[in-house]
Design a protein. Sequence first.
Length: 347
Amino acid sequence: MFDNPAFDNHEGVHFFSDEPTGLRAVIAIHSTALGPSSGGTRMWDYPDSHSMVTDVLRLSQGMSYKNAMASIPHGGGKAVIWGNSKTDKTEALFRAFGRAVDSLQGRYWTAEDVGIDTADIEIAAQETRYAAGLTTGDAASGDPSPVTALGVFKGIQQTALRAFGSEDLNGKTIAVQGVGSVGGYACEHLAEAGANLVITDIDQDALAEIAKKTGARIVAPDDIYDVDADIFSPNALGAIINEDTLKRLKVRVIAGGANNQLVTPAMGEFVRRAGILYAPDYVINGGGIINVAAEISGEYSRAWVDQKLETLIETLGSVLDTALESGRPTNEVADEIARARIAAART
Ligand code: NAD
């Protein structure tokens, strides 16, 4: 594992197996320099244990960066459970997972991620208090998507300000990929601000609902890259900015909530050379983890969330400004600031 390219001096990588329930899980703690680590749990049917470990190493490092940029008192961690989220879920499995989380005695806080819903975390929470993203309880923060979407909307305004000289989105054409939880709420904010929306999704019902609410024009999933738009907002999948799609995009801004938008970090430089200003994904989409952090603090306060969201948007602004002034890709600048924040906390 130490020679895995995704290994970044993680503080701890913990393997759990529980024969009676079939649990096979890994919890990676990348850093606790800024506070206890937090990050969701992913359930995925990995082809082998190597891919599972690589995934948790990469994701936990990403959470360290995301949490550092969101200015919350948390380090980065992540959990992965090996299994099919449609067929392998049982109450006993999530109870065993809850005990695994609990054994780390608060060095890692869990929440939902791909393949895991609130019901699963509620079960795990019966075995540990280090679980968040709950819907019941005094500090429960519920669905983080509205806060993520609000941050995405404000982040689009800030990116537009640098690319077009104004944060006014009235009359701007915005191509939105994915109108699920985050994309759907973001579309409502964008339409309210007067943007012309062009949307796509593979879910026809979600598309129809958002088109009705916002007056958006619908295009087929693959046509979203060719839309004559000012801004492209990815809110569905990762790795969608690659050599092929970059050639097709006519926009001046890429800003959306999806995780891991660039196929590789090196794409950031190609995006810059194409004259496109890219809002680094883990900065612009930090609203959700801020909402979860409010719950972890033990006392959910919307005012605290809003204040952290404002700080996040200022941080995004300074990443964009530094990148523009120094002629460097925005993702590289964001990584550098995140690493510096973690290093400063360590000393
Ligand atoms: P979601 O599942 O509610 O929405 C995703 C949408 O994308 C769905 O409507 C789905 O049908 C659509 N989609 C899937 N494949 C597509 C394709 N090929 N073309 C177009 N649309 C497609 O998920 P979400 O919670 O809205 O998350 C969206 C993205 O934002 C994910 O990358 C997620 O990791 C990221 N994110 C979410 C949050 C949050 O608070 N929910 C926080 C940070 C980051």
